[in-house]
Design a protein around this ligand. Structure first.
Ligand SMILES: *[C@@H]1O[C@H](CO)[C@@H](O)[C@H](O)[C@H]1NC(C)=O
Ligand SMILES: *[C@@H]1O[C@H](CO)[C@@H](O)[C@H](O)[C@H]1NC(C)=O
Ligand SMILES: *[C@@H]1O[C@H](CO)[C@@H](O)[C@H](O)[C@H]1NC(C)=O
Length: 260
């Protein structure tokens, strides 16, 4: 491939990546708006962990958060019932199970050594590697038998519904509840993208029930709140937070490649 062709190809690839980023409606729970991204006073004042002062929105320091609000900032941890900067599970001298769990960072308590430890990633193998064993859980998450092969469980409807906790029975059928429209009004916030994984579809209450979150239907007063803090108001639009950082990394890679 000639150099100019390569560049055209890369530009196309990049615009494709950008369109994915723009059209992205799934969120990970850690991608909520940072206080520093919020431009509107009402959004900042409504956010538990933000402080609006001198027309700026700033993150409140962990040590200034109450024990109750500590959990809302993932950089903080409850240490001896006081909110503090989180360092690691081991560094806060938690010597009881309660103290360890209260650090909120999936810390794991080692009963033998009586110490709090960082969560370890255990290699469980892949679902498909299960031949005779129990087809329940693997690196992908939950697994289930499908067509005689142990596979990642993607929809409850696909499998024999015996003993699957994440599925619900409705009219003798097993259903996944992976869509906003299947949620009760009271739970109308997130639907999982699939059974395993950590990506969620944002939902909102529509005229006829729970529907997918639509940023174009939001106003300055509803954008942040209805998006569960994943979108914020910018000028006249309800926009996804941390977009700027997604775009910056895409553009950075683009410039890097184009300068070759
Ligand atoms: C909010 O910011 C102001 C000005 O910087 C500061 O005086 C105040 O202590 C802050 N409040 C909290 C809860 O951090
Ligand atoms: C925990 O807090 C209590 C009271 O606030 C204090 O007396 C105690 O010394 C603290 N313990 C540790 C390990 O910091
Ligand atoms: C934890 O314990 C060690 C050793 O006893 C001590 O040096 C350190 O200051 C303690 N850390 C905290 C956060 O209390």
């Amino acid at each position: 491939m000639g150099k100019s062709h390569l560049k055209i190809y890369i530009v196309l690839l990049i615009s494709h990546l950008c369109s994915i980023a723009i059209g992205q409606t799934f969120v990970k729970l850690q991608d909520t708006c940072a206080c520093e991204e919020l431009l509107e006073e009402n959004e900042c004042r409504a956010a538990t962990i933000c402080n609006y002062s001198h027309r700026e929105c700033k993150t409140i320091q962990c040590t200034h958060l109450s024990a109750k609000d500590c959990v809302y900032n993932s950089n903080c941890a409850l240490v001896n019932n006081t909110c503090a900067d989180f360092e690691s599970c081991a560094s806060h001298n938690a010597t009881t199970l309660d103290d360890c769990v209260n650090l909120f960072h999936n810390c794991y308590f080692d009963n033998n050594k009586m110490t709090c430890r960082d969560p370890q990633k255990i290699d469980l193998g892949r679902c498909s590697e299960t031949i005779n064993g129990r087809c329940l859980i693997a690196n992908e998450g939950l697994c289930a038998w499908k067509n005689g092969v142990c596979q990642e469980l993607t929809a409850c409807e696909d499998v024999d519904p015996t003993s699957l906790q994440s599925c619900e029975f409705e009219d003798d059928k097993c259903v996944s509840h992976l869509q906003c429209s299947q949620l009760e009004m009271a739970d109308c916030k997130f639907a999982k993208e699939k059974i395993n994984g950590d990506r969620y579809q944002l939902c909102m209450i529509g005229r006829k029930g729970c529907i997918n979150f639509d940023p174009t239907q939001q106003t300055k007063d509803t954008c942040w709140k209805n998006s569960n803090a994943f979108y914020h108001w910018v000028g006249k639009n309800c926009l996804r937070c941390s977009w700027a950082s997604i775009m910056k990394s895409v553009l950075f890679v683009a410039l890097l490649i184009l300068s070759i």
